[in-house]
Design a protein around this ligand. Sequence first.
Ligand code: GUN
Length: 305
Amino acid sequence: MSETTQARLLDGKATALAVREDVARGVERLLAAGGPRPGLAVVLAGEDPASRVYVRNKDRAAEQAGFDVRSVMLPQDTTQARLEEVVRELALDAGVHGILVQLPLPAQLDARPVIDSILPPEKDVDGLTPTNVAALVLGRDGLEPCTPAGCIELLDRHGIDLSGQHMVIVGRSMLVGKPLAQLALARNATVTVCHSRTRDLPARCREADVLVAAVGRARLVQGDWVRPGAVVLDVGINRGEDGKLVGDVDFAAASERAAAITPVPGGIGPMTIAMLLANTLRAAVASSGIDPALVFSPAPQGVDG
Ligand code: GUN
């Protein structure tokens, strides 16, 4: 960390590890209660190098948590029919409790019917099917998209309360911006969602108590876009000219003004993976019919600590 950095670092790597330990404990309790080992299927079509790294990290984390992992790697020229068939087969497999299709897909493929093939929506651990999106908007039980859920979990575990706060989100994607707006509203934040047509983006950003950058443009958010004392969540993962990973925020400049900030790498990225595991455990518990309290509540004193 540079000498000028004043912001508190929101360490997503350490927080994600804590979530993953909770999940691993949950898996043991589920097995002890006679439940199934959670099964996660990760589908990757194509050769995008960044996606390959993400998928490898997801597989590894899932194995470490004690899950059964199925990785399905499909070639760049996979057809729409083939991809949908793969997803439908996984959906029919009783040992698979969660399915994730890594996005973006190769250009010839349409993600929408692929996501719609994740049935029942209880297996949609990415929270992207219309049923889960509707549940999010309606405030009903459902599986929440992993990246925005990771943003909320990171804030929760650092004692940052969103109630009454103005969250400004830069980016309106279905993976991050839109669902995060819903999650923040449910936490009683006032939410502004900015995008490429927003007028005077720096001024909107300066209004934020909690500023979230999720557009995928390296260092778009400048230091002087950050209101002194704001919390900054950087969801972007971009490759800089030197090949290193950089976020959507100019970290060095922003951390001189922010009260707290996430780094890239080691911020929201690891939280996304942790929430995928948490969603998959939830899906496995729900499918088993076992009382969730046996898996998620703290163990009674003297049993396993
Ligand atoms: N690509 C980048 N982030 C994500 C994610 O959260 N889910 C999926 N399926 N693809 C992604």
